[in-house]
Design a protein around this ligand. Sequence first.
Ligand SMILES: O=P(O)(O)OC[C@H]1O[C@H](O)[C@H](O)[C@@H](O)[C@@H]1O
Length: 445
Amino acid sequence: MENLKINISKTFDFISEEKVNGYKSEVASHLKSLYEKTGRGNDYLGWVNLPSSIDDTELADIEATAASLRSKADIVVVVGIGGSYLGARAVIDALSNSFDHLLTDRKDPVVVYAGQNIGEDYTAELLDLLKDKSFALVVISKSGTTTEPALAFRLLKDLLESKYSANETKERIVAITDAKKGALRTLANQKGYKTYVIPDDVGGRYSVLTPVGLLPIAVAGIDIRAFVKGAQDMEKTTAHEAENSAAATYAAVRNELYRNGKGTEILVNYQPKLHFVAEWWKQLYGESEGKEHKGIFPAAVDFSTDLHSMGQYIQEGVRNIFETVLSVNKANREVIIPRDEADLDGLNYLAGKRVDKVNKMAELGTLLAHVDGGVPNIQIEIPELNAYYIGQLLYFFEIACGISGYILGVNPFDQPGVEAYKSNMFALLEKPGFEEETKAIKAKL
Ligand SMILES: O=P(O)(O)OC[C@H]1O[C@H](O)[C@H](O)[C@@H](O)[C@@H]1O
């Protein structure tokens, strides 16, 4: 198996290669503090060795639970938000058929999501859909107290209970949460649900290699062993190559771009299946680095779709952006463009070529145009879209994020700013315990 590669040559019109190389000793020391768990936020570094520490028993147990849910349910609802949602969705979407939910001759249940928003229509439509379907729930919340998933779970659990016996309901729910704390833990223990623990030292956005990601991914019929193997190999490669690794290079180059006025990073894909990898990446980098009034703003686009909407801005708007392109070398499927006698659409010059060839030329043409337009470009080359390389990619981004946050000088493993909206929402909803905040916020309205 190959490793994914990083190419930063198209940043050197904007920043100096020498300066990027100058980060090496700093990167080495940050890697050391990640491995030795001595840097800021070191009580949340359990994810660093997750790939190499997952054992066969744990994987087999997750596979058995997934098999049981798969055999019982046509639809499995994954209930969670943020780090308790995006990792699973990123991997499942990247590796599933684009029209998965419409396939009728299926062996895998359809995975749908809840608790990642509070849209009442979404909720009502989901409840309508599930009423007459055989379904199961995987409810995920590290804190066990997050409002969005708790609310969705209450509704979905009620529906399950109205359809099945207490025992059957229990068989159809798996909870993934803290070992001891939180409302979800209390409820799961009381009801006797099968549970998995999110380790204390693994934050939500770094939890895709725990049951948080692995169980839903296995439910979707994806090979979690190949996924974990990819992450393991990336863990080894990064440790071995240290400051010369792809992760170290990515961390260094994006910080150098940031110091040179590039405050927005756009993660680009040319494979729509990677849309949710970008959503996962946005949380990883946004929550890790956006603090103390610092940090690169993580944005994302799907190309070529968004070239027809965002392309203008990227080409000619404010020059504070750089792009990081997820470049997949080889498409998994082949579609040949046919010849047409009349050629009224003028496409015969493409006849006999693969659709992927057109995609690749769109990618190359865009890269050159954007660099010419003043947008530095980082390329991450992924040999192909499979579970192994997605495992490599996600661990690569995690370890690079740890290094990058340390270069930036923040604690990449907390997210204090997320509490502000919650406290306002609770005050507005008059949650018990928030009486003072309710008074204060009402005075502002
Ligand atoms: O897993 P949970 O405790 O429900 O948290 C879900 C998410 O919500 C929070 O507000 C945090 O900002 C995220 O980091 C977290 O992943």
